[in-house]
Write a protein that binds this ligand. Structure first.
Ligand code: UDP
Length: 330
C-alpha cells in the first residue's frame, strides 16, 4: 500500500513513516519543514510543501498513486494556541480541509488522523473512554475536534473512511536510535528533564504540586511513539469506506511528574535538580486512557509498558544527539 504521511518529518509522523517503511509500505512524506526536520524523514521520500498548496497535494497524491493518508501535520503548542488561535485554526483546520479536498480530487478515500486527548478537556471519568464528552478547554483541542467532526460528515456524504486516533502523551524515541524527539522550542516534560541530565538546563521546573493526585503532581499517560506508529498501521488496515473509528491511544497507566523525574534520575544516573513552581494554566490533574477499545478493535498492544523503558529509549536518543537533528536551518 502507498501511504502519504503529512507532517512525516515531525516527531510522531517521522516515527510512523519509519515504521511504515520497515513494514513494507511505500511511504511518502509531505512536510513544509516549519517544525519538522529534513533528516527525520526517510531518505529520498520528502515532498516539501504546505497543506494550503492544494495543487501540490493533488499532484503528490496522484503521481505517487497514494492509497491512504496519515495526517500528522499540525501545530501542537497548547499555550500558543491560546495566544495565537488564528495560527492554529488556519493550519490545523483550514490546512486539513485543504488536504481533505485534495484527497477527494485525487480519489484517495482513507485517512488516519492525529487527534488528541485534549479534545476531552477536563474529563469527568478517568481512565477516559471514547464515550467521555468532548469539551476542549483550549483552541488546539478545538481544532482537532472540528476535524473529527468534518471527517464524520465527509464519511457520511462522500464515503471517506477514517480513523481519529486520540493520543495521550507521545514520548520516547526509535528503538534503533535513528530518530527521536526534537522540538524547538521544547516544552515537553521528558526531553526537558533529560536536558537537565545532559547539563543543557540547570533544573526542571515542576508546574504545581497541589493537584488532587497521590504526590500532588499531574499524572499523564505516556505512550511510546513506536506503539503509536504500530496502532496507526493497524488502524489503516481496518478503515472501511464511509465509516470512522475513534480510538484512544494510551497505555492505561499513568505516571506523575515526580515519577517521571525519578525515572529519569534512575535511567541517567544524574541528580536532576527539580523545583516546584506555580501551576501551568489548563493542566488537568490526571489524563489516563482507557485504551481497551483500541486493543480490541485493532488487536493492538503497547510494547513499552511503564515509564522507565520509555525514558530509556528517549535517553539513548538524547545522549547520541544532544543538539537534536543537525539541520536547524530547516
Ligand atoms: N510539566 C512540568 N514541567 C515542565 C514541563 C511539563 O511540570 O517543564 C508537566 C506539565 O504540567 C504536565 C506534564 O508535565 O502535567 C506533561 O506535560 P507535557 O507538556 O510534556 O505534555 P502535555 O500533558 O501538556 O501534553
Amino acid at each position: 500500500m502507498k501511504v502519504l504521511c503529512t507532517g512525516g518529518a515531525g516527531y510522531v509522523g517521522s516515527h510512523a513513516a519509519w515504521v511504515l517503511a520497515r513494514s513494507g509500505y511505500d511511504v511518502w512524506v509531505f512536510d513544509n519543514l516549519s517544525y519538522g526536520h529534513r533528516a527525520a524523514a526517510p531518505e529520498g521520500r520528502l515532498i516539501e510543501g504546505d497543506l494550503m498548496d492544494g495543487e501540490l497535494l493533488v499532484d503528490a497524491l496522484k503521481s505517487n498513486d497514494i492509497d491512504a493518508v496519515m495526517h500528522f501535520a499540525a501545530f501542537a503548542y497548547v499555550g500558543e494556541s491560546v495566544t495565537d488561535p488564528a495560527k492554529y485554526y488556519q493550519n490545523n483546520v483550514v490546512g486539513t480541509l485543504s488536504l481533505l479536498d485534495a484527497m477527494r480530487t485525487a480519489g484517495v478515500g482513507k485517512i488516519v488522523f492525529s487527534s488528541t486527548c485534549a479534545t476531552y478537556g477536563l474529563p469527568e471519568i478517568v481512565p477516559i473512554t471514547e464515550k467521555e464528552k468532548q469539551a476542549p478547554i483550549n483552541p488546539y483541542g478545538y481544532t482537532k475536534l472540528v476535524i473529527e467532526r468534518a471527517m464524520a460528515d465527509y464519511a457520511h456524504a462522500y464515503g471517506l473512511g477514517f480513523a481519529a486516533l486520540r493520543y495521550f502523551n507521545a514520548s520516547g524515541a526509535a528503538s534503533d536510535g535513528s530518530i527521536g524527539e526534537d522540538h524547538d522550542p521544547e516544552t515537553h516534560l521528558i526531553p526537558l528533564v533529560l536536558d537537565v541530565a545532559l547539563g543543557k538546563r540547570k533544573e526542571i521546573l515542576i508546574f504545581g504540586d497541589d493537584y488532587d493526585t497521590p504526590d500532588g503532581t499531574c499524572i499523564r499517560d505516556y505512550i511510546h511513539v513506536e506503539d503509536l506508529a504500530d496502532a496507526h498501521i493497524k488502524a489503516l488496515e481496518k478503515i472501511e469506506p464511509g465509516q470512522g473509528l475513534h480510538l484512544n491511544l494510551g497505555t492505561g497507566a499513568g505516571a506523575s511528574v515526580q515519577e517521571v523525574i525519578q525515572a529519569c534520575r534512575e535511567v541517567t544516573g544524574h541528580e536532576i535538580p527539580a523545583r516546584v513552581v506555580d501551576r501551568r494554566p489548563g493542566d488537568p490533574d490526571m489524563l489516563v486512557a482507557d485504551a481497551s477499545l483500541a486493543r480490541k478493535t485493532l488487536g493492538w498492544e503497547p510494547k513499552f509498558v511503564g515509564i522507565k523503558p520509555i525514558v530509556e529509549s528517549a535517553w539513548a536518543w538524547h545522549q547520541a544527539h544532544p543538539q537534536g537533528f543537525d539541520d536547524r536551518d530547516n
